[in-house]
Design a protein around this ligand. Sequence first.
Ligand SMILES: CC(C)(COP(=O)(O)OP(=O)(O)OC[C@H]1O[C@@H](n2cnc3c(N)ncnc32)[C@H](O)[C@@H]1OP(=O)(O)O)[C@@H](O)C(=O)NCCC(=O)NCCS
Length: 153
Amino acid sequence: MNLVVRPATEDDCKLVFDWANEPEVRNASFHSEKIEWPEHTSWFLQKLKNPNSLILIFEVDGSSAGQIRFDKNIDEDFFLISFLIDKKFRGNSLGKDLIAKGIDYLVTKMPTPLLCVGFVKKDNIASQRAFLKNEFQLVSESDVSLKFEKTIL
Ligand SMILES: CC(C)(COP(=O)(O)OP(=O)(O)OC[C@H]1O[C@@H](n2cnc3c(N)ncnc32)[C@H](O)[C@@H]1OP(=O)(O)O)[C@@H](O)C(=O)NCCC(=O)NCCS
């Protein structure tokens, strides 16, 4: 399998919208309500312009198979990770490859060392596995979520 990431463009607006509204993705999110198209387009175009955000599309043998986003928290100096795998591509542990490829790309654009952080709902085992397989550490937990961190040198 050929696995690559590429930066998202305006042409990916609908693809990212459909992924974001897929029920399992909404369920995994900390804001689970449906996303409306006008709200999505303005959010997406702002993200593309924002130098502190990076949206990458994951391609498996040339097909769009997922997405990872890094949002820099300026005050606390870390990159918050959000990611998903398209429903058709789930069940093959591609989430761990997506995170690995995404970080490989991020370090070509941002100075290291950098801290990556992921918050995962406690019932989202597949996502927890993807972070742990990338050697993220579980650093804290709340009633509903786990916090994973990794420093990239
Ligand atoms: C999270 C997500 C990206 C993972 O996709 P994936 O890599 O295809 O996940 P898989 O189903 O292959 O599962 C990954 C691993 O977790 C394991 N796993 C999944 N569900 C499990 C469960 N209920 N109990 C135990 N293990 C489980 C799998 O066996 C696999 O283990 P392995 O890597 O050791 O083989 C995908 O489910 C997704 O896009 N979900 C919606 C969005 C989301 O949750 N994003 C993350 C938000 S923090």
